[in-house]
Write a protein that binds this ligand. Structure first.
Ligand SMILES: Cc1cc2nc3c(=O)[nH]c(=O)nc-3n(C[C@H](O)[C@H](O)[C@H](O)COP(=O)(O)O)c2cc1C
Length: 331
């Protein structure tokens, strides 16, 4: 089980819908790999029903796109969600056959459409269902099962909620240090990680705890791990515009030319995803990479108008050329 072989504190990639796809993960792997990669979240019900309705093989299922993975991203955990144990068992089996190293259960997403299915954060209100889901996942394959959740629903409820999860003995639990009600509107409460570690030590000391929320870079992650005693730290938004974050770089350390080259590489990888994703999904990365320098807004506006990787690469090349012309004429 790879979790037990990681050196502590370890630093992992947060699962992020429409961000941590196969193209983004390949870029991060090249720039500086985290100790563990995570996919975007995938609906177990969606996987199953799309296959059944269309009477297709798993390999033909378009939702399998979200479970694409490259050779450079290891170890990698697939994140799934469902409120139905039989759907979880089906998806865990599939993830296991696809060669993932672990499976993660989403019990923290605040999105209403996910909660309406009894999934994501709604699980915090139904700990008995959450327990059944973990059990179903654990018995479906030999893959290590982990859980990602929040510290409570309307208010912090670590004593009840974390204890229930620990009793089911997943390999790891990631705590996004906010309640469902807090969404992402208030700072993550890292003080509570100490309380979580105490509960873990008391209830089930075998389970690894990962802290998550507002971590800026690797220095910040190391400080937070040392202060709170958690085993690992998960970084999400810190990867935006800085795929070098796990190599220890701060966002401002990287020259613009390297950022633009990374953006082009990402766009090229994004276009290889099959079935194709809407190019608009990629555009959040344009905002993140092209910022904080004179002329950023202008370049960003041009890049935002592009509809393909080659068009984006052309704008970048033209920018490079105009920069060179500018520096020659200003000599
Ligand atoms: C665009 C976006 C997509 C996300 N998608 C997921 C997801 O699919 N599964 C999940 O467990 N959390 C998801 N999250 C939550 C992140 O994994 C993480 O918990 C949150 O961003 C806080 O960490 P950070 O401050 O390091 O970004 C998402 C967050 C963002 C901003």
């Amino acid at each position: 089980m790879f979790w037990k072989n990681l050196q502590k504190p370890f630093f992992v990639m947060a699962p992020m819908a429409d961000v941590t796809d196969v193209a983004f993960r390949a870029l991060v792997a090249k720039c500086g790999a985290p100790d563990v990669f995570w996919t975007e979240f995938v609906s177990a019900d969606g996987l199953y029903h799309t296959r059944e309705i269309n009477k297709m093989k798993d390999e033909e299922n378009p939702i399998m796109r979200d479970l694409m993975k490259g050779e450079t991203e290891r170890p990698i955990v697939a994140q799934i969600f469902s409120a139905k144990p039989e759907m979880i068992a089906y998806a865990v089996n599939l993830v296991s056959k696809l060669g993932f190293d672990g499976v993660d259960l989403n019990m923290g997403c605040p999105d209403r459409s996910i909660e309406r299915q009894g999934c994501g954060s709604a699980m915090i209100k139904t700990p008995e269902t959450a327990r059944k889901i973990i059990r179903a996942a654990r018995s479906a394959s030999s893959l290590p099962v982990s859980v990602k959740t929040r510290i409570g629903y309307n208010k912090e409820s670590l004593n009840e909620w974390l204890t229930a999860l620990l009793e089911e003995a997943p390999a790891t639990i990631t705590l996004h240090l906010r309640t469902r009600k807090q969404m992402s509107l208030v700072p993550a409460d890292w003080e509570l990680m100490k309380k979580a570690v105490e509960i873990r030590n008391h209830v089930n000391s075998e389970v690894l705890l990962i802290g998550n929320g507002d971590v800026q870079d690797l220095d910040d992650a190391r400080a937070k791990a040392a202060e709170s005693g958690c085993d690992g730290v998960m970084l999400g938004r810190a990867m935006f515009g800085n795929p070098w974050v796990f190599a220890g770089r701060k966002s401002f350390d990287t020259p613009l030319a390297d950022k633009l080259a990374a953006l082009v590489a990402l766009a090229r990888g994004f276009e290889k995803i099959s079935p194709p994703k809407n190019f608009a999904i990629l555009k959040k990365h344009i905002k993140a990479f092209v910022t904080g320098f004179a002329g950023a807004a202008e370049l960003r506006a041009k890049l935002m108008e592009t509809e393909s990787a080659s068009a984006l690469a052309l704008v970048v090349a033209q920018h490079k050329l105009s920069e060179q012309t500018f520096s020659r004429t200003s000599l």
